[in-house]
Design a protein. Structure first.
Length: 234
């Protein structure tokens, strides 16, 4: 049996295993890109927001999330030990804010993803991903994607049951191109009804004209017209 001579193991330079010192200019660039993409997402969120649950603090949170996630990715920098340390440190933080709109969650995830790509220096991913998210958000807002109607108004009023319902029905038909009954609530004495109608105004008709006509109708009182932004509860 022939023994082949073994080559001595090459000594590993400890300097190779050490992480390169961070470049301050590169760190500033990554933070700036993360902040810029966060501001862009916040502007798109504000411009395309619908409903009554808008929050200025949430809009600012989008910017902070993108920046902070970028800082986290720069802090981890491929170190598994650092990643576990950050997870342990962040686990003590509790977030009690309830997200009222599920669409808000999408913007939070977008800020997380783009903040991660910025922190890792993946510029192509940041640019293309951010552009696609913005285009999709603007396109959905412009086309009213998923909406049932282009515009909605909720008409509420009290009707005396001793009167003829043809009166208020005619008023609604004169000013609305479409209407549907949403809610009927009888009074305690059984003499009146609290009615709610979903209406879409005819071209040229105004909310003031509809409410004025309803107020002049016999048996109708307490007329209220509410602008429904897709999330109004009846």
């Amino acid at each position: 049996m022939v023994d082949f001579p073994q080559q001595p193991a090459a000594a590993v330079d400890p300097s190779i295993l050490a992480l390169a010192p961070p470049d301050p200019l590169d760190m500033v660039l990554r933070c700036a890109v993360a902040t810029a993409i966060g501001v862009l997402l916040a502007i798109v969120y504000r411009r395309t927001h619908k409903g009554l649950s808008y929050s200025q603090s949430f809009t600012q949170t989008i910017v902070f999330v993108a920046l902070i996630v970028a800082l986290v990715m720069m802090a981890v920098k491929g170190s598994l030990a650092t990643a576990f340390a950050l997870v342990g440190a962040l686990s003590i933080i509790r977030f009690r804010t309830v997200v009222k709109d599920t669409r808000d969650t999408a913007f939070v995830f977008a800020a997380l993803a783009l903040g991660m790509s910025s922190g890792l220096g993946e510029w192509w991913l940041t640019g293309i991903g951010g552009g696609v998210v913005v285009l999709v958000a603007v396109a959905m807002y412009a086309t009213d994607f998923g909406g049932l109607y282009k515009s909605e108004l909720v008409l509420r009023f009290t009707f005396d049951q001793a009167r003829d319902s043809a009166g208020y029905l005619g008023r609604i038909a004169d000013h609305a191109q479409r209407s549907s009954l949403l809610h009927v609530e009888p009074s305690g004495d059984g003499r009146s009804l609290r009615l709610s109608y979903d209406v879409a105004l005819r071209k040229g008709a105004t909310a003031e004209q509809l409410t004025g006509a309803m107020a002049k109708t016999d048996g109708v009182s307490d007329v209220v017209l509410i602008v429904a932004k897709n999330d109004t509860e009846f």
